[in-house]
Design a protein around this ligand. Structure first.
Ligand code: CA
Length: 279
């Protein structure tokens, strides 16, 4: 089943749309005309409107979620199969963020994530009933930006969507262009590539930001708060092990679990020193 809803909710008040301006100089003549213009403006003219692709087969989860997201001003396109989700993503449907269920009737959410990631670095949040850490790490290694374990709070989801989409528009952590660490690790902040002895690592966006932050001052301890603020979001909240999951994944990819040292109760630091900087 495919349902496309682009915020044509006639009750959407214009004041919900920031910086809204009437798209025509002449005022609308009838209530219906006025409503059409308001809705068109809310849908098309607002530069910050976020288009959500929701891939979820369970109507009992998808329907209230769509209603809630639309009320918050998001435009939602829902697909209830994995292949439908991939097709929608590859079609002309505008998508700014993907909310992805793992248990789908055809291909699972991991495969959807893999296929979307092969084309794009678009933000992906996994919605999962599978809460164990292996699933979480796997989802993040495939390139998901975040995950939420069902049942989750709607407000927390909104906060995470906003955080993830804001980050994807931001330039990320500012550091020197190229950082060379001992052990043959080279971090190129311009191309966002990391190599070890010339071999490129496949890092997710967040793993890269995390490593770039730690490498911006190798040996210095970055507190959990600083990391969450800089790599995640200044207003990050909620009981989440996301940072630890990313650290574990990064250690594995770097091939040396001791390279990122845990400073108990404080944060993390790189157990390596900078070799040289070049531009
Ligand atoms: Ca499902």
């Amino acid at each position: 089943m495919t349902t496309t809803v682009k915020s044509r909710n006639p009750t959407t008040p214009a004041r919900m749309v920031k910086n809204w301006q009437s798209p025509v100089a002449e005022g609308p003549k009838t209530d219906e005309e006025r409503q059409l213009l308001l809705t068109a403006a809310a849908t098309a003219c607002h530069p910050c409107r976020v288009n959500v692709l929701l891939v979820e087969d369970d109507d009992a989860i998808a329907e209230p979620l769509m209603k809630g997201l639309e009320r918050q001003g998001f435009s939602v396109h829902r697909e209830s199969t994995g292949l439908g989700g991939v097709d929608a993503f590859r079609s002309s449907t505008p998508v700014d963020i993907v909310l992805l269920d793992l248990g789908l009737p055809d291909i699972d959410g991991y495969e959807v994530c893999r296929r979307v990631r092969s084309d794009s670095s678009i933000p992906i949040i996994i919605l999962t009933a599978r809460g164990d850490e292996i699933d979480r790490v796997l989802g993040l290694e495939l390139g998901a930006d975040d995950y939420m374990v069902k049942p989750f709070g709607f407000r927390e989801l909104i906060a995470r969507i906003n955080a993830v989409t804001r980050r994807s528009q931001a330039t990320g952590v500012q550091t020197d262009d190229i950082i060379r660490l001992t052990g043959g690790v080279v971090i190129d902040n311009r191309t966002r590539r990391v190599t070890i002895n010339g071999e490129e690592l496949s890092l997710t966006r967040k793993e890269f930001d995390l490593l770039a932050l730690l490498a911006s001052d190798p040996g210095a301890t970055q507190t959990r708060e600083t990391i969450l603020e800089q790599v995640w979001d200044a207003h990050w909240y909620g009981p989440t092990k996301t940072l630890d999951v990313h650290i574990a994944s990064l250690r594995k990819k770097l091939g040396d679990p001791t390279i990122i040292e845990t400073v108990r109760g404080v944060g993390f630091r790189l157990r390596t020193s900078i070799e040289s900087d070049t531009n």
